[in-house]
Design a binder for this molecule. Structure first.
Ligand SMILES: O=P(O)(O)OC[C@H]1O[C@H](O)[C@H](O)[C@@H](O)[C@@H]1O
Length: 631
């Protein structure tokens, strides 16, 4: 039995290290306090200043005694706080004149250039950020992730999306087991299945080839695959492989999304892929039942086996739903939903559309960044630099948002995907040990492809609030256009904006310049740009499948770095639960009122009034017959 001393003032649920299953620990405490109930650790005895606790967990995994120290208590943090005053006195206009500084703030890896010279940072700022990384044990945390330790401590899970794109011969262990062979078993199964569907050897119930795929899923089971699909759609090599095929995504439980997705589809030639990690998500399951009805009402119930397959970690529920387990593609609880695009979640629908070899290139791109992130010194490590700079912007300079501005229509769905990866991962208010954070973590991500955004929200970015921007561009266009007689090609036109906007933000325009241009006095305040607005630029060779994989992994790891520095758990998402629970209560009420006409009860005045109005306008009971969209 180990004796552990706790400081009751800092003691919060989550601070107790858990003994191995059914072990007992003696915990001495300093002042009188009540035992903080914590999951599987139960208080079995209490003596003077001592609790005897016993673990009731089945797991043999021991959580290491978590430190109650917050990163903001460290010297490097305090030093950076002081350093803000120094940076406040600088202007990017001047910082950009220092060529040595600018040169040091350009990093190249595998043809990807990161230019962070337009960050409000000097060389000593980055030095201080590296010290902060040291204080946050960043190296150790990255290693823990790669070693399969249960860094998602509130769910007691490893975080191993890196294993999803690891080469066959790599060894990556979770709970003592090499998971890479399991990953490749599923990848091989996907390759085989998608080859059969694409070649027409797997056909639908009426013998027709399945050329259209509807992937049902939401959140992490939707946004990543949608981003990659949208990016590959116009990549020439990928587009060639998708000839004659369609991939659609049904996410929203809004029946309009069903209607839109079904429009023009024939059940005879459609394959439905139900994607859900848990196979319990309300929206996905209702959409899956809807699509099952759409297929069976047209082709008979037996057709479901040929027209519906699933991706899930919960194969028992897949079978219960009526999908043949032979047509289920597994993944594992060590893959977070928002980090699952490289699992069957993305690989199956994308392989059906583009063929497995294209998807393998995408996986190789992501794997290349996994190696870079793991093995490159922090000074030249793209995700580490990006993560540290984000922490600097959000927490120290106080800029709460980040604009993701790809100068690439192919990356149209990148910002929506990163919104989930970033905001669900880092939108936390307590440290990994459960201590309320006395500083802001997480950021608000939003974005649109350039140049569309320029004609929309850039006004605010230039003259309103300061929003650090990520400019993302490619050297080669996926679909070049050049018109004889035009000054530049269409891609050069696009990229002129990519190169110009960061300088406009950094330098701005001052009243002297405006006077010199004979701008009337009364317009000078309106036409003045303060400048000094930070951005960074990422220039990639192209947006082919490999580069898209790289870009994805850069952002995934950048977000992990931010969480590691803030000392939060970036891999759980308890914040999404409450809304779901309350919706259950409303669903029950709607059913009751529709079927028995019962009055709205048990809600506050506002919800009661709204529900009553809602029920008045659309009266009627659920009917005995099915109703499907008529579009
Ligand atoms: O894949 P599923 O289990 O259906 O989950 C879909 C989504 O549901 C939840 O809302 C979680 O917050 C997301 O992280 C998850 O991606």
């Amino acid at each position: 039995m180990d004796a552990v001393r706790f400081d009751p003032i800092r003691l919060q649920p989550g601070h107790l290290s858990r003994p191995r299953s059914h072990e007992r620990w003696r915990c001495e405490y300093i002042e009188s306090t009540s035992y903080p109930e914590k999951g599987s650790c139960v208080l079995v005895e209490e003596e003077a200043r001592t609790w005897i606790v016993e673990s009731r967990a089945d797991s043999e995994v021991e959580t290491v005694m978590a430190s109650t120290a917050l990163i903001c208590d460290t010297e490097p943090w305090k030093d950076l706080k002081e350093h803000i005053n120094v940076i406040e006195k600088t202007h990017l206009r001047d910082l950009m004149n220092d060529v040595d500084r600018c040169q040091s703030m350009m990093v190249e890896f595998d043809g990807i250039i990161l230019d962070y010279s337009r960050q409000r940072a000097r060389l000593d700022t980055t030095e201080k950020l590296f010290k902060l990384a040291e204080a946050a044990d960043l190296r150790k945390k990255i290693d823990s992730m790669y070693n399969g330790e249960h860094i998602n401590s509130t769910e007691n899970r490893s975080v191993l999306h890196i294993a999803l794109r690891a080469p066959r011969d790599k060894v990556i262990c979770s709970d003592g087991k090499n998971v890479v062979p399991d990953v490749w078993d599923v990848l091989d199964k996907i390759k085989d299945f998608s080859d059969r569907v694409r070649s027409g050897s797997w056909v639908g119930a009426t013998g027709k080839a399945l050329k259209d795929v509807v992937a049902i899923g939401i959140g992490g089971s939707f946004l990543g695959p949608l981003f990659v699909h949208t990016a590959l759609q116009t990549d020439p090599e990928s587009a060639d492989c998708a000839n004659g095929r369609q991939l659609r995504f049904l996410a929203n439980v809004d029946p309009v999304d069903v209607a839109r997705n079904l429009k023009g589809l024939n059940p005879e030639t459609t394959l439905v892929v139900v994607v859900s990690k848990t196979f319990t998500t309300a929206e996905t399951m209702l959409n899956a039942r809807t699509m099952r009805e759409w297929i069976s009402s047209a082709l008979g119930a037996q057709a479901v086996a040929k027209h519906m397959v699933a991706v899930s970690t919960n194969l028992t529920l897949v079978e219960k739903f009526g999908i043949d387990p032979a047509n289920a593609f597994a993944f594992w609880d060590w893959v977070g939903g928002r980090y699952s695009v490289c699992s069957a979640v993305g690989v199956l629908p994308l392989s059906l559309q583009y063929g497995f070899p294209i998807v393998e290139k995408f996986l190789k791109g992501a794997s290349n960044i996994d190696n870079h992130f793991y093995s490159t010194s922090f000074e030249r490590n793209l995700p580490v630099l990006l993560g540290l700079l984000s922490v600097w912007n959000v927490t120290f300079l106080g800029y709460p948002a980040r604009a993701i501005l790809p100068y690439a229509q192919a990356l149209e769905k990148f910002a929506p995907h990163i919104q989930q990866v970033s905001m669900e991962s880092n939108g936390k208010g307590v440290s990994i040990d459960g201590v309320p954070l006395p500083f802001e973590a997480g950021e608000i991500d939003f974005g649109e492809p350039g140049t569309n955004g320029q004609h929309s929200f850039y006004q605010l970015i230039h003259q309103g609030r300061v929003i650090p921007c990520d400019f993302i561009g490619s050297i080669k266009s996926q679909q070049p256009i050049y018109l004889k007689g035009e000054v530049v090609s269409n891609h050069d036109e696009l990229m002129s904006n990519f190169f110009a906007q960061p300088d406009a933000l950094a330098y701005g325009k001052n009243p002297e310049q405006l006077l010199h241009e004979n701008v009337p006095d009364h317009l000078i305040p309106h036409k003045t740009f303060s400048g000094n607005r930070p951005s960074l630029s990422l220039l990639l060779p192209s947006f082919d499948a490999y580069n898209i994989g790289q870009l994805l992994a850069i952002y995934e790891h950048r977000i992990a770095v931010e969480g590691f520095i803030w000392g939060i758990n970036s891999f759980d998402q308890w914040g999404v639960e409450l809304g779901k629970v309350l919706a259950t209560q409303v669903r029950k009420q709607l059913h009751l009122s529709r079927t028995e006409g019962g009055p709205v009860q048990g809600f506050n005045f506002s919800t009661t009034t709204l529900l009553t109005k809602y029920l008045e306008v659309e009266p009627g009971n659920p009917s005995d017959s099915n109703e499907l969209p008529r579009l």
